[in-house]
Design a protein around this ligand. Sequence first.
Ligand SMILES: CC(C)(COP(=O)(O)OP(=O)(O)OC[C@H]1O[C@@H](n2cnc3c(N)ncnc32)[C@H](O)[C@@H]1OP(=O)(O)O)[C@@H](O)C(=O)NCCC(=O)NCCS
Length: 169
Amino acid sequence: MAPLVRIASAKQPGDVEALARLLVDAVDGGASVSFMAPLSLERAEAFWTSCLADPATVVVVAEDAGEVVGTVTLHLVQIENQPHRGEIAKVLVLRSARRRGIATTLMRAVEAEAVARGRTLLVLDTVSDSDADRLYRRLGWIPVGSIPNYALFPDGRPCPTTVFYRDLS
Ligand SMILES: CC(C)(COP(=O)(O)OP(=O)(O)OC[C@H]1O[C@@H](n2cnc3c(N)ncnc32)[C@H](O)[C@@H]1OP(=O)(O)O)[C@@H](O)C(=O)NCCC(=O)NCCS
């Protein structure tokens, strides 16, 4: 069955904790998603609390049987001459729920949400030649190029990053 997709909220009981569990699971799994290992649940909760408090940040979650199993964030760029641009971040699916199309559903949903908010040019970056890199290419995102040693994996190894964009206008 297709997951239920909705916008997360600080007022929704359990959202911050569920998002934190997703982030910790991704870091534990070795994903390069801004944080080094080990990532505590408390630190992850502080991160999502500030995201949900930011009016320029839209956090979308996917639920399966009442459990949050995936998320994606849309940052509404606040630069005066880029009112049409958004940035996608933190595309995370629980390791136990991967390869079932949840990220695909989330990306379609966040693209629709971006267009609804007038954000027709989206950018993101991800580890080159990763699961996510394949996902974005499959969904029509255009790779701009790869930057060596851009970020670190949670264990400290450097990783190359590919920058993508998607024009939804
Ligand atoms: C990248 C990530 C979000 C993908 O999530 P996902 O829900 O597994 O993605 P999907 O299920 O939509 O697609 C993944 C694969 O499953 C396949 N798939 C999708 N639905 C399927 C189904 N019903 N049955 C079998 N396979 C399926 C897809 O074809 C795809 O195959 P590929 O990897 O060989 O190209 C996930 O691996 C993740 O959270 N990684 C760690 C965090 C990370 O690196 N995020 C990116 C940061 S920018």
